[in-house]
Design a protein around this ligand. Structure first.
Ligand code: HEM
Length: 391
């Protein structure tokens, strides 16, 4: 919660950009704007540095953003799955760009370390440097690695969550209405589209309680993460550990030395758990689920405990266990805040893939289930890394 003012400041820049673009009347990719917003937030949270990813004309940290983007681009396409010798030039470029990213981060970390009184004391970087008078090579290398993990893991995922959430709200008018009604009740209808007022409410006394009471918004986030989990993970037991898994048919398999991909997309659409509506966007299913957005405290227990409507292991976008996502609190606070500012202030209309059908009067056409009918094909996730800068 101490990061709330920073999240709101960065969101203000995002809203100004959104205003400018929506006034132009042109269509534009919302994801680009969200990605640079979440990058700015994670930069501030991780390093206490303003990367200015949302301000393309700024050159303050421009070099880092540019090189980082170029590095990310080397991971696009099929090169990810082919051995390095199939694309030696690309591998070399990736290596040199990686070194450049490391060297730019090194400069920033050295600078932070040399500051006697860091202005912010809560960034991941200041906390990890605390108590280390000397920045030796090992500490430096470890810090660079950790910072890179945070910067990457902390913006790509959250931006995908938000992009899908706005799309689902656009397609499901009932859910949109319920969300707007919750925001009106909690923050007052007069705060819709009023940045200053909403900011005042969130940062004022009781602001954290307001955030905690955003139950429907939380359900929207949870349902979006269920249907479209933005991240994945894998596990491997070293050979000789004798790790045995049992299939639903009762067959026992030793999986030592194998990489197991926990496919959240399949697990979270299990009809045995979520019923016939497993593929539908229904935030209501999470209402009354007392386990809250994070339920890692009950890790490993797949029974339905008191207050929980579904088995703990059926919802795992942040994964479970001791290596689960360290940023899940931040991600969900961030998403709640951004949705609170955006959902009542703008209407989004998807164009291209996932576009909705309109009748002769130009209105969207509802299906019997209440959601709007698609003009063409469903949207789907693709395997792609997102870059940090704004276009
Ligand atoms: C909607 C947003 C997010 C999703 C869906 C997500 C998902 C995940 C997943 C599935 C993992 C793998 C965990 C495992 O293997 O058990 C992970 C790891 C991680 N995440 Fe997130 N994440 C999100 C946001 C964030 C944010 C905002 C941060 C930064 C504050 C962050 C930092 C990390 C880090 C550092 C790890 C590695 C943890 C470790 O290996 O111990 N994530 N995340």
């Amino acid at each position: 919660m101490t990061l709330l003012p920073c999240i709101i400041d960065k969101t203000e820049i995002f809203l100004k950009r959104l205003n400018g673009l929506s006034e132009s009347g042109n269509s534009f990719p919302l994801t680009d704007l969200i990605i640079s917003l979440t990058f700015d937030i994670i930069g501030a949270v991780t390093m206490g540095i303003d990367f200015d990813a949302q301000v393309p004309e700024s050159s303050r940290q421009g070099e880092f953003i540019r090189v980082y983007d170029q590095l990310v681009h080397t991971f696009q396409g099929r090169s990810n799955v082919l051995p390095w010798w199939c694309h030696p030039k690309l591998t070399f470029r990736r290596y040199t760009l990686g070194k450049k990213v490391d060297s730019l981060l090194e400069q920033m970390i050295r600078q932070k370390h040399s500051e006697e009184q860091p202005q912010e004391k809560r960034s991941v970087l200041s906390l990890s440097l605390q108590g280390h008078d000397r920045l030796d090579d090992q500490l430096l290398a470890q810090t660079i690695d950790q910072v890179k993990t945070f910067l990457f893991a902390g913006h790509d995922t959250t931006s995908i969550l938000l992009a899908w959430a706005f799309y689902f709200l656009h397609r499901h008018p009932k859910a949109h209405k319920a969300l707007v009604s919750e925001l009106d009740t909690l923050f007052g209808p007069e705060s819709a589209g009023n940045f200053g007022l909403l900011k005042q409410k969130l940062l004022g006394p009781g602001g954290d309680e307001l955030l905690n009471n955003m139950t429907y918004t939380t359900a929207v986030i949870k349902e979006t993460l269920r249907l479209c989990p933005p991240a994945g993970t894998a596990r491997m037991a070293p050979p000789g550990s004798n790790l045995v898994v049992r299939t639903p048919e009762g067959q026992e398999l030793c999986v030592d030395g194998m990489i197991l991909y926990n496919c959240a997309t399949i697990i979270q659409r299990d009809r045995q758990v979520f019923g016939d509506t497993a593929d539908e966007f229904m935030p209501e299913r999470w209402l009354g689920d007392k386990s809250g957005i994070m339920s890692s405290s009950n890790d490993g227990d797949s029974s339905i405990e008191e207050g929980r409507r579904f088995p703990a292991s059926a919802w795992r976008p942040f994964e479970r266990g001791p290596r689960n996502c360290i940023g899940q609190d931040l991600a969900t606070i961030e998403a709640r805040v951004i949705i609170a500012f955006v959902a009542r202030a703008y209407d989004f209309t998807k164009v291209g893939l996932g576009e909705l059908e309109r009748d002769e009067k130009g209105s969207f056409v509802a299906e019997p289930t209440g959601k709007y009918r698609l003009k063409g094909n469903e949207m789907y996730n693709v395997s792609r890394l997102v870059s940090a800068s704004s276009r």
